[in-house]
Design a protein. Structure first.
Length: 255
């Protein structure tokens, strides 16, 4: 188990957000939606696809007719930067969902003032969180979460860091949020599919099932590489098939 002091501290000089409203990226307009779900995509481990899964899930929800807004709380601003590029290259395309970027993590009080505004909006609010964060400044965001989607791999290091470091700290902050573990970027060859893949999943289940749900895995695939990552195009046939089982289970649990 770890303490809050063990988390890395970011120091930034990012643009300060207004205390009474969201910092809106490039003029995206915040609209009233239909039912509130406040979902974080988070894990202490970096490079396991939090931003990609958040983006893909936003497309998945939109295809179901759901209203979606994505809050980019990642210091790398992966989704926000991609939305900027998408709008610059395709200025006439309709945006399927909205993106907002929180540019300043330094003032916990300002974030606390923004959260009631977020929670009053109807629809699905997806928050892409940093991979390595200073928890004290993001405590209000984690406290507000109804659920947390936790991408992971089947690797021992990733699973152990998730359940031994991330989950205990998260539970200190939010005792009630539903936790959903989403195996992502799982490399499975045909030879290992039946036996080794089952052993890997059983191992993952044994490590996480006391904390939350383990949903179907998303296989590592070229259809999810960075060259196909954007915030405008709906999921193509291969992407939709690749995320279907995982996202259907997440949607069922959260709906």
């Amino acid at each position: 188990m770890t303490s809050k002091a063990s988390w890395s501290i970011y120091t930034t000089s990012m643009k300060k957000i207004n205390s009474s409203s969201l910092s809106i990226l490039n003029g995206d307009k915040f609209t009233i939606m239909s039912k509130n779900h406040f979902v974080l995509f988070s894990n202490i481990k970096g490079g396991i696809g939090k931003s990609s899964l958040c983006t893909l899930f936003a497309h998945y929800l939109t295809a179901k007719g759901e209203d979606v807004a994505v809050i980019d709380a990642d210091i790398q601003r992966t989704i926000a930067r991609q939305r900027t590029r998408d709008k610059e290259s395709r200025p006439d395309d309709k945006l399927p969902w909205e993106v907002y970027s929180i540019f300043d993590y330094n003032d916990k009080g300002e974030i606390e003032k923004l959260l009631p505004v977020l929670k009053e909006q109807d629809g699905w609010i997806l928050v892409d969180c940093p991979g390595n964060m200073e928890v004290e400044r993001l405590i209000p965001v984690f406290q507000a979460a109804d659920s947390v989607v936790i991408p992971t791999t089947y690797g021992d290091n990733d699973l152990d860091a998730t359940v031994e470091l991330f989950v205990p700290v998260l539970r200190q902050i939010n005792e009630t949020a539903k936790l959903i573990f989403a195996p992502n970027r799982i490399n499975e060859s045909k030879a290992q599919f039946k036996e080794e893949a089952k052993r890997n999943r059983d191992k993952a289940w044994n490590k996480v099932h006391t904390y939350g749900s383990l949903v179907a895995r998303i296989k590592d695939s070229i259809v999810f590489d960075n060259s196909r990552f954007n915030t405008i195009d709906p999921l193509n046939h291969w992407q939709a098939n690749g995320v279907m089982h995982c996202f259907d289970e997440i949607y069922k649990e959260l709906k």
